[in-house]
Design a binder for this molecule. Structure first.
Ligand SMILES: *Cc1c(COP(=O)(O)O)cnc(C)c1O
Length: 499
């Protein structure tokens, strides 16, 4: 059975074209109609003044409801999703999102609450945000946080702006932020956006920060360091306490990129490791849906000495009046970084996830994430050895280098995996590993699924030897094969023009 048959239950005929919804449009066709209302309705002029209305109606597709449903249902079947099969995309933590969190987020009291509602009409929602903040501060060992950032990358920028505000308050001019060579691309990008210069330090032969290189890089021009722990190689930075001491000694701050928090959540805390600023990706660790550009949530937590710089308003509890309110009276705040209060619906999902697991459940998330990764690592280690020896955390970076002698690359392995019914792992990242395959099975996959994934990867290694062309041509079961990855970014085409 092909991937598509298996995933979607619908065979998409080879070579089938897929028109845009605009191309399905037929003039005058409507999705639904209702009889005229039997009561006087206000005129359009009464509702929206003429000078605030558009001159011509928008050019929307005119389709029947059935056309509409089929179009989007079939489009959705052409996509891979966590609800379809395993998604071992390293660094991204594509875990299963329990439906109970969806139910909570869809409750009318949450989903229909207007963001401009008066605080007094939204006490339940504010209590949820306040409780979520407390739970996340407990889990990270930090003092306070903001729920405004919409993703990890925006959390990074927020954290670096706070780092800036801190040094400015100390009247200390600094220009550089240290980043290990295994770091995620958003780290140096955020440093540049914040007006600083990113300086790379190399990893040593353990795959960890090279302490000698770090020592050389540190001086009073360094504002801080950004670290992911465990790092993107899936390895725990064992020297973190020493690194913290070194960076604090020159007056720098430690930034924790929480994208890999899934591997330690409930077991240990970045605050206890010495970090001053921490972002979390709720859409990774706390099981809210992600992919395709969002929405996400990247709360940014700080230690008590940095609290005054947090974006405003800050959610506060008025003891006397026994009510939650938004505190705007924050003279040192870096200001707003998102409209309203962040992606509220995503925060409701994360809250529900946390409450449904409890502290013990959260701990078992990390334990099973690490167990699953190590189980898979060993099952495929002969064909795809890891770049660095030893036990991994929640993910590992293997290499497809042994297949090079058959003319097969990491990208071929990834593409062939699609034919065999699995989403590929992250490839060619981190940059420090040749032909990198970065695999993160997550804790939500069963032993049977991981066994199947391992069997598929081992089969591919065998095919590389016996039939390399099969891999060069993969995938063969998908509607689109090997799109040019740079083309869409270089020549963005978002407008459809009718003939
Ligand atoms: C995902 C990720 C980020 C960025 O987070 P987004 O929520 O995608 O913006 C940063 N660092 C690492 C290591 C990541 O895996």
């Amino acid at each position: 059975m092909s991937t598509l048959e298996r995933s979607a239950g619908t065979r998409i005929p080879e070579g089938e074209t897929f028109p845009l919804i605009f191309e399905r449009s037929r003039e005058g066709r409507r999705a639904w109609s209702l009889p005229e209302v039997g009561v006087d309705a206000p005129s359009l002029d009464e509702l929206i003044p003429a000078d605030q209305r558009r001159a011509a109606p928008p050019r929307l597709p005119e389709v029947s409801e059935l056309d509409l449903v089929r179009h989007y249902t079939r489009l959705s079947q052409r996509n891979w999703a966590i609800d379809v099969g395993a998604y071992p995309l390293g660094s991204c933590t594509m875990k299963y999102n329990p439906k109970v969190a969806e139910d909570a987020a869809a409750m009318p009291g949450f989903s229909r609450l207007h963001p401009m509602a008066d605080d007094d009409l939204a006490q339940g929602a504010l209590e949820l945000l306040g409780t979520l903040e407390k739970a996340l501060c407990n889990a990270t060992g930090m003092a306070r946080l903001t729920l405004q950032p919409a993703a990890g990358a925006q959390g990074e920028l927020t954290g670096l702006l706070i780092m800036r505000a801190h040094h400015k308050k100390q009247k200390s001019e600094r220009r550089r932020v240290i980043i290990p060579d295994s770091a995620h691309g958003t780290n140096p990008a955020s440093v540049s956006l914040a007006g600083w210069k990113a300086e790379e330090v190399r990893s040593d032969d353990r795959g960890l920060v090279d302490l000698e290189a770090l020592e050389k890089a540190l001086d009073d021009d360094v504002a801080g360091i950004m670290l992911t722990n465990p790092n993107t190689l899936g390895l725990f930075e064992r020297d973190i306490v020493e690194i913290g001491r070194m960076v604090h000694e020159i007056g720098g701050l430690l930034y924790y990129d929480g994208a890999n928090f899934n591997s330690i959540v409930g077991l240990c805390r970045p605050g206890d490791m010495g970090f001053d600023i921490v972002h979390m990706n709720l859409h990774k660790t706390f099981a809210t849906p992600h992919g395709g550009g969002g929405p996400g949530s990247g709360p940014l937590a700080v230690s008590d000495r940095l609290e005054k710089f947090l974006p405003k308003p800050v959610l506060s509890w008025d003891e006397g009046a026994e009510r939650w309110f938004w505190d705007d009276d924050r003279p040192d705040s870096i200001g707003r970084i998102h409209s309203f209060f962040g992606n509220f619906g995503i925060n409701v999902r994360a809250y529900t996830y946390l409450r449904s697991l409890g502290p013990e459940g959260l701990k078992s998330v990390a334990e099973h994430a690490v167990l699953n990764a190590n189980y898979l690592r060993v099952l495929i280690s002969e064909a795809f050895p890891t770049a660095y020896p030893g036990t991994c955390m929640h993910e590992f970076v293997a290499t497809a280098k042994p297949l090079k002698k058959f003319g097969v690359k990491g990208m071929d392995v990834a593409k062939r995996l699609i034919d065999l019914g699995y989403h590929p792992p992250t490839v060619y990242f981190p940059l420090v590993v040749e032909e990198a395959l970065m695999v993160e099975p997550t804790e939500t996959e069963s032993k049977e699924t991981i066994d199947g994934l391992a069997a598929a990867l081992n089969q591919i290694a065998h095919e590389a030897e016996t039939d390399p062309d099969l891999l060069h041509n993969a995938p063969v079961t998908t509607p689109s094969r090997r799109p040019n990855e740079a083309e869409a970014a270089r020549h963005l085409k978002v407008r459809w023009t009718p003939e």
